[in-house]
Write a protein that binds this ligand. Structure first.
Ligand SMILES: NC(=O)c1ccc[n+]([C@@H]2O[C@H](COP(=O)([O-])OP(=O)(O)OC[C@H]3O[C@@H](n4cnc5c(N)ncnc54)[C@H](OP(=O)(O)O)[C@@H]3O)[C@@H](O)[C@H]2O)c1
Length: 279
């Protein structure tokens, strides 16, 4: 029986098995997807030996995405740009890595707001970590003209400017209102607002009424930041869609079927997140 898995440390929180096993059942594929706790010191070996192991591929989550990039024999252009791999697969016996976080965000946005226009627009990203980088790259690929970044550590904004070029600019307290007024999309990519983390305190009154406000945090499903945006009438996008859509390509690479992100799958994972939040 074919086997795939998600590796991380810790790994108990991962919803990837629920997602992939839902699809395996839906498409009648005789395979299984497991969680595998892999200690940081063992990641390189686990990935290097993947082709000879019982697994046909794996997802990679915190804190192993950078180590996985180093460990694969071949990384594609997107993974190279991010220096991080979240999906590993075997092609012609070679262990290959890619990163689907950026496409997951875009697919989630397209799924929820099919007519939303990104080309030549301005976006504002809160955060400058791995997820921010993936989303910035994907937004630029979609034709977004300018991306303003807000981040606690300013050096990380400068690194993004160096990597992605003149479309990236730093947002300070003095220019934040002007930028928010003209932006089409505002995304929180930090862990602020997540269960157990401080909330994201960002003034958003100056946002235009049609600006889409997204949060990639999905525990809770509706963060205080999204609640605030919703109260003032802005359209919103939660982080669960990104989680579901980033899983699509791995499943297709391993099992040969492009799976659908159905309302039933969304409800299944949302229910699991809500159940965990009540515990
Ligand atoms: N929905 C999805 O599918 C999906 C996918 C990937 C990630 N995520 C979520 O996205 C979040 C970020 O992930 P990541 O991989 O990008 O992490 P990361 O590389 O560690 O980056 C974390 C970012 O959050 C900022 N931050 C964290 N705590 C902060 C605080 N107390 N005050 C101000 N800024 C703070 C950091 O700012 P500094 O630079 O100043 O440290 C940095 O910009 C996590 O919650 C993760 O679960 C969701």
């Amino acid at each position: 029986m074919k086997k795939a898995c998600v590796i991380g440390w810790p790994i108990a929180h991962s919803r990837s098995p629920l997602i992939h096993n839902y699809w395996l059942k839906r498409y009648g594929i005789d395979a299984v997807y497991e969680k595998k706790a892999v200690e940081p010191k063992n990641v390189a070996l686990f990935i290097a030996n993947l082709a000879a192991s019982e697994f046909i591929g794996c997802n990679v989550t915190i804190p192993h995405k950078e180590a996985a990039f180093q460990a694969v024999s071949k990384a594609d252009e997107i993974a190279g740009r991010l220096g991080a791999v979240n999906t590993v697969y075997i092609k012609d016996g070679v262990v290959c890595g890619t990163n689907t976080d950026g496409e997951g965000f875009i697919a989630s946005l397209r799924h929820a707001y099919p007519a939303f226009e990104l080309k030549n627009k301005t976006a504002v990203i809160v955060g400058a970590g791995g997820a921010a980088k993936a989303i910035i790259g994907a937004l630029l690929d979609e034709g977004v003209a300018k991306i303003g970044i807000i981040n606690r550590t300013r050096e990380r904004i400068h690194e993004l400017q160096t990597q992605f070029g003149s479309g990236i600019y730093e947002i300070s307290e003095t220019n934040s209102n002007d930028t928010l007024k003209s932006c089409a999309l505002l995304v929180n990519t930090t862990s602020m607002g997540m269960e157990g983390q401080p909330p994201l305190e960002l003034e958003i009154q100056s946002l235009g009424p049609y600006a889409l406000v997204a949060d990639i945090v999905y525990t809770p499903l509706e963060t205080a930041f999204l609640k605030k945006a919703k109260r003032q009438g802005n359209p919103v996008l939660d982080g669960l869609g990104m989680l579901l859509h980033q899983a699509v390509r791995g499943f297709e690479l391993w099992f040969g079927v492009k799976p659908e992100v159905t309302a039933e799958l969304h409800a299944l994972i949302a229910g699991d997140v809500q159940k965990a939040n009540k515990q």
